[in-house]
Design a protein around this ligand. Structure first.
Ligand code: UGA
Length: 437
C-alpha cells in the first residue's frame, strides 16, 4: 500500500513523517522544489518539536519527497494537505487547493489505481461537493464513488504539538458517501488509531465540524479575555484562579482559558473570518462570532493604551517585546499578535527591540532593519522604557530583578502572567489581575 501526501506544510510533513516512521510507504509531494530538497536532506523548513528526528527516521525507511505529481498515480490513498489562505475580505481563498486537485485529477486519468483522496485542508462547507469533486471528475474523466473515493478528513493538530497530535488525535472525522471507499478508509484509521472515535458523516458536516472546532476555541479565548478585562477592574481579582475553577466543571473544561493578548496564528483568525464571511452569505448574521473577533482585536488596543498611559507620547520611546512567535515552541509568526503590536507601535515611531528564542529569523524577513533584534534577554531590556511579554516561552519565567536592572524605566507588561509570584522591583502590570489599591 502506497500513501501520497500533497502539500508539505505543518500538517502534510507531520503526517508524512509519522506514517513513514511507522513503516508505511509514503510519497510526500510539494510544488516547491527547494522545499522538497531541504526536506529530502532531513531538514524541516520550520521548527516543530520532534519533527526533524521523525523525518530523518522516515527518510531512512520508505519516505520519498518529490515535486513530481505523477508519483501519485501509484498511490492507494492520497491526502491533500495544502493551505487554504484568506482573501483580503476574509473569505477563503481556494486557488491553491483547486490547483492541487486539478493536478491530482490529471494524474488520476493515467492511473490504474482506484485511490481514496482524503482532503485534510480546511474548506468552507460545500467546497468538496461544489468545487473539489467536479474538478477531480472533470480532470480525471472518472467518477467519484466508482473510480476513486473522495473523503473530507479535517485535521485538528496544533502547531508545537503537531507530532503528538498526529500520532494521537482525539477524533477522526470522515465525511462523504457510505461507499466501499469509506469502509476502506475507516479500516486504515482503525489500524492507525485503534482507540480513537471515528465519526462518519457527510462532506458538508465534516467541513463544518472543523470550523465549529476552531471557532469554539476562539470563543473560549475571547470569553476569558473579556473576563480578564473585568478582573483588572476588581482589586485583587485573579483570572487564572477563575479559569482554573470553572475549568473543573466538566461542562466547561480547563483548556483554552488562558487569558492573554488575543489569539493569533495561521488558523484561528483566518478560520473565524472565513466562517463569518460564509455565515453572512447564508443570510445568518454571526453576532457571536463577530463579538469574538471584536474582543480579540480590542485586547491589543488595550495593551497599547496601557503603554501610552505610562509612557505618554510614544515617539522615540524604547519598547522591548519578548516573544514574537504566535505561541511558544514554534518559529511561526503568521498572524502573531506580537507582529500586530510591533506594526502599531511602529506607526507611533517607537524604537522597538525584540527577543524570541526561535522566531528571530522569520521576524527579520518581515521587518528587516526597521526594528532591533537582541540575542539575549538582558540585551533586549537594556535602556528600554517598557517591556511587553507576549509569548509564553519558558525562559521568560526566569526573569528577575537582575535582568531588569538596566532598563531605563522598569515598566513590565506581562500578557501571560508569568511573573506574578515574583518580588520584582518594577512597575508591573499583568493582564487579568486586578491591582490591589
Ligand atoms: C489551532 C487549533 O487549536 C487546532 O486544533 C487546529 O487544528 C489548528 O488551529 C488549525 O486549524 O490548523 P494552532 O493555530 O496551532 O491550532 O494554535 P492554538 O494552540 O490553537 O493557538 C492559537 C492562538 O490562541 C495562539 O495565539 C495562542 O496564544 C492563543 N491562545 C490559546 C490563548 O490566548 N489562550 C489559550 O488558552 C489558548
Amino acid at each position: 500500500m502506497k500513501i501520497g501526501i500533497v502539500g508539505l506544510g505543518f500538517v502534510g510533513l507531520s503526517l508524512s513523517s509519522v506514517l513513514a516512521s511507522k513503516g508505511y510507504d509514503i510519497i510526500g509531494i510539494d510544488i516547491d522544489e527547494e522545499k522538497c530538497k531541504t526536506i529530502s536532506d532531513g531538514i524541516s523548513p520550520f521548527f516543530e518539536p520532534e519533527l526533524e528526528n521523525l523525518l530523518k527516521n522516515g527518510l531512512k525507511k520508505k519516505l520519498e519527497i518529490s515535486n513530481d505529481f505523477s508519483l501519485i498515480r501509484n498511490c492507494d490513498f492520497i491526502f491533500v494537505t495544502v493551505g487554504t489562505p484568506q482573501n483580503t475580505d476574509g473569505s477563503i481563498n481556494l486557488s491553491i487547493i483547486k490547483k492541487a486537485v486539478s493536478i491530482i485529477g490529471e494524474n488520476l486519468q493515467r492511473s490504474k489505481k482506484k485511490p481514496i483522496i482524503l482532503v485534510k485542508s480546511t474548506v468552507i462547507p460545500g467546497t468538496m461537493k461544489k468545487n473539489i469533486l467536479p474538478i477531480l471528475e472533470k480532470k480525471s474523466n472518472k467518477k467519484a464513488g466508482k473510480d476513486f473515493g473522495l473523503i473530507s478528513n479535517p485535521e485538528f493538530l496544533q502547531e508545537s504539538t503537531a507530532i503528538r497530535d498526529t500520532k494521537f488525535p482525539h477524533v477522526v472525522v470522515l465525511g462523504g458517501y457510505e461507499t466501499e471507499f469509506m469502509k476502506k478508509a475507516k479500516k486504515l484509521f482503525i489500524k492507525l488509531h485503534p482507540n480513537v472515535p471515528i465519526v462518519i458523516t457527510n462532506h458538508q458536516t465534516a467541513e463544518m465540524i472543523k470550523y465549529a472546532n476552531n471557532s469554539f476555541l476562539a470563543t473560549k479565548i475571547s470569553f476569558i479575555n473579556q473576563l480578564s478585562n473585568i478582573c483588572q477592574k476588581i482589586p485583587g481579582a485573579n483570572v487564572d484562579d477563575i479559569a482554573k475553577t470553572i475549568g473543573l466543571d466538566p461542562r466547561i473544561g480547563k483548556l483554552f482559558l488562558n487569558a492573554g493578548p488575543g489569539y493569533g496564528g495561521s488558523c484561528l483568525p483566518k478560520d473565524m473570518k472565513a466562517l463569518i464571511n460564509f455565515a453572512n452569505t447564508t443570510g445568518v448574521t454571526p453576532t457571536l462570532l463577530n463579538a469574538v473577533e471584536d474582543v480579540n482585536m480590542k485586547q491589543l488596543e488595550q495593551i497599547i493604551s496601557i503603554i501610552k498611559q505610562r509612557l505618554g507620547n510614544l515617539t522615540s520611546k524604547r519598547v522591548t517585546i519578548l516573544g514574537i512567535a504566535f505561541k511558544p515552541n514554534t518559529d511561526d509568526i503568521r498572524n502573531s499578535i506580537a507582529i500586530e503590536l510591533i506594526k502599531k507601535l511602529q506607526k507611533r515611531k517607537v524604537i522597538i527591540t525584540i527577543h524570541d528564542p526561535k522566531a528571530i529569523k522569520n521576524t527579520k524577513k518581515f521587518f528587516g532593519d526597521k526594528i532591533k533584534y537582541a540575542n539575549t534577554i538582558v540585551d533586549a531590556l537594556s535602556e528600554s522604557q517598557c517591556v511587553v511579554i507576549m509569548t509564553q516561552w519558558k525562559q521568560y519565567e526566569k526573569l528577575n530583578n537582575n535582568q531588569f536592572k538596566n532598563m531605563k524605566k522598569k515598566f513590565v507588561i506581562d500578557c501571560r502572567r508569568m511573573l506574578t509570584n515574583k518580588q520584582l522591583d518594577v512597575d508591573y502590570f499583568a493582564i487579568g489581575l486586578g491591582k490591589e489599591n
